[in-house]
Write a protein that binds this ligand. Sequence first.
Ligand SMILES: NC(=O)c1ccc[n+]([C@@H]2O[C@H](COP(=O)([O-])OP(=O)(O)OC[C@H]3O[C@@H](n4cnc5c(N)ncnc54)[C@H](O)[C@@H]3O)[C@@H](O)[C@H]2O)c1
Length: 387
Amino acid sequence: MNQVRIGIVGVGAMGGAHARNILENKINRCVLGAVCDIDPARLKEFTTVPQFSTHQKMLRSGKVDAVLIATPHYSHVTVGLAAFKAGRHVLSEKPLGVHKADCEKFIAGHTDKKLVFAEMFNQRTNPYYIKIREMVRGGELGAIRRINWIITNWFRSEVYYASSAWRATWVGEGGGVLVNQCPHNLDLFQWIFGMPRRVRATCRLGHYHAIEVEDDVTAYMEYDTGTTAVFITSTGEAPGTNRLEIVGENGKLVYENNALTFIRNAIPTTEYSRTTEKIFGQPDTTIVPISLGDDQGGQHNAVLQNFIDAILDGTPLIAQAAEGLNSVELGNAMLYSSLKNKTVELPLDSAAYKRTLKQLINNSKFTKKEVRTGTTSAEDMNKGFNK
Ligand SMILES: NC(=O)c1ccc[n+]([C@@H]2O[C@H](COP(=O)([O-])OP(=O)(O)OC[C@H]3O[C@@H](n4cnc5c(N)ncnc54)[C@H](O)[C@@H]3O)[C@@H](O)[C@H]2O)c1
């Protein structure tokens, strides 16, 4: 095989963009083998390639070697498992699934390790996050004391929530900002810092919008090392902030407004607790700006290219799908903590969270006032609960 025929399932906003990028030859050794959408209107743009109304028909057609899943969240697992059964490589949009138990099922279904299984974590290609990870994991900050991430630049209007029936409902999406916008940030969080031991969060449901799921979150997390973290997100604030501040014994690293600054301590703060002699007051500091320009990295096309290269050449993945479980677990733990009004220990009890989410779905009396387009995915949601 010298090129990969990719089939895109779901050619809405994101899947449509992926399809256009492939058709415009932005991905080497990749051709658009087919598109699939349950909404015929969404297929109209892609008349030059074979079209299918269900992923099953597309998988049976023999027209694709790999599947890119860009459907609403619950169906990622359904479509992905069917693709594995049909012997196809899988690239799933984020999140891997809506709840941890469903992700575990998805990962367990990847039995043929010759099949590449990747996730679209495009923000891992951002040079700033790559640099932060290198510095944290490489020990430049020393022991990490405190992490603060305010990521509130996900403002969304009511029109956005009305744009598809599935959005921002327990039954259609399984959550709000933690499931839709923040998988990127939660993934970067665990990619850089690893997983915390416990989570305490307040998630306000429909705080800014006429929705039933969370659109405002403040979470406090603790690591076994003693490191603490605060993660704040919202889709209701403007102007929003993206500020990641990491304090270690060697200084403070701040990422904001596309700029990275390291304020380095002349003496690590731990030295102060080792001796009472000679050193008084705060350490002297040096400001070290880290300039990486405006480049945001290769983003979606880089992850897609990497997926193709992994299939054809065995190139290591930017984001293995199995790692996508962590961001789902973090988001689930925040919601669970808030709903149960308690601190949650990780690993999260995936069955307990699944039951809670199912109760939210069953007890929901919410109806959307306005829906512009789109389809619900009740069938996939039911599969997510083994129905
Ligand atoms: N990586 C990113 O930066 C990024 C950005 C936006 C969206 N996304 C992800 O992409 C996915 C889709 O989001 P969107 O904004 O494009 O939604 P959308 O509603 O615009 O598109 C979803 C499409 O899937 C179709 N669909 C639904 N169920 C299907 C099924 N079972 N089989 C085939 N088609 C089906 C719908 O008809 C629709 O055309 C989500 O997982 C979302 O989180 C990722």
